[in-house]
Design a protein around this ligand. Structure first.
Ligand code: SF4
Length: 309
């Protein structure tokens, strides 16, 4: 039986690049034969108060855009209540405990963050004027990509000045972004070009990223060029080839003994499969043991081939 075709999502790609073993443990088919959902169990569970508040902010923002689309106004009190409700649910389901004062501070900061978001330049056509057309999307909406699915939906698409601007909102972001991350943003265009009702030509789009870094919203555009579009698709194809290879490896080695471990110890800190990983008591030791096992394997293969020669 061939392993199923993996999907591409930012979560899956980031996990693959951070730790192939954790990726395989998360996304390989379950014994029942069921292929994991793109937001596989485990990767999607917040583990800290900050992870929970980021998730709650995203859910509250989706509620807000949905209501705004229906012309329902929100007060600050209502925003706070929605955020609190989402945070409490997430903390309850993820068994996260935090002092009440920390939760209260997270809520107050979150409300301010949401209010400031609406004042961003990129969202002005939506919140202060009446744009001719705009739409919001959920990240669960995928696009067909050959025999696989691409999860790269923008948060919003706004038709303004004869173009569609695809907007990605990041509620937490490092101060510096990489070139690979910029290419990932262009996948929103690939996604949009595969949706009914949106243009099929990349030149009809602009891409805007609004990200929260160092306590403020920062906005930047990503140039939508033919070359960038090709490079972003190459990135997906490269990831998918790696994922297929990892699935084949996991099928041949169900204990995942030979799959590469994380590149950085920090990845292990919040890993949801840490308890079953040889790195549970330290990544450095686990890597040394794995490399020693590989050396032994290579030596015994060399001895065997010398005997048969
Ligand atoms: S504990 Fe570390 S090495 Fe092990 S699967 Fe998790 S991230 Fe990878």
């Amino acid at each position: 039986m061939h392993p199923p075709t993996p999907h591409w999502s930012q979560t899956s790609s980031q996990l693959l690049n951070a730790c192939p073993r954790a990726w395989a443990a998360t996304y390989r088919p379950k014994p029942s034969g069921v292929q994991p959902h793109h937001q596989a169990v485990g990767t999607n569970v917040p583990r800290t108060l900050d992870q929970a508040i980021v998730r709650a902010l995203r859910r509250t923002w989706l509620d807000r855009t949905r209501d705004h689309f229906l012309s329902k106004a929100w007060s600050t009190k209502y925003r706070e209540a929605r955020l609190m409700a989402h945070l409490e649910t997430l903390m309850h389901h993820s068994a996260i405990f935090a002092p009440a004062i920390h939760v209260e501070m997270a809520i107050q900061d979150g409300v301010r963050q949401l209010e400031r978001l609406e004042a961003c330049t990129g969202l002005r056509p939506v919140f202060s004027k009446a744009p001719s057309r705009w739409a919001y999307f959920e990240r669960l909406q995928s696009a067909a990509l050959g025999d696989t699915r691409l999860f790269a939906a923008p948060d919003m698409a706004v038709y303004h000045q004869h173009r569609w601007t695809l907007i990605r909102i990041q509620f937490r972001s490092p101060s510096l972004t990489t070139e690979a991350r910029q290419l990932e943003h262009l996948l929103m265009v690939h996604w949009a070009m595969r949706q009914g009702g949106l243009p099929k030509d990349h030149s009809a789009y602009t891409v805007k990223v609004i990200r929260w870094t160092a306590n403020r919203w920062v906005e930047h555009r990503v140039a939508v060029t033919r070359e960038g579009m090709a490079q972003s698709m190459a990135l997906v194809e490269h990831d998918l080839a790696e994922m297929k290879w990892m699935l084949r490896s996991a099928e041949a080695d169900p204990q995942l003994h030979n799959l590469p471990l994380a590149a950085k110890e920090s990845t292990c800190v919040s890993c949801h499969v840490r308890e079953t990983c040889p790195a549970k008591n330290g990544l450095k030791d686990a890597r040394e043991r794995q490399e020693a096992a590989w050396r032994l394997l290579a030596q015994s293969a060399e001895t065997k081939s010398a005997r048969t020669a």
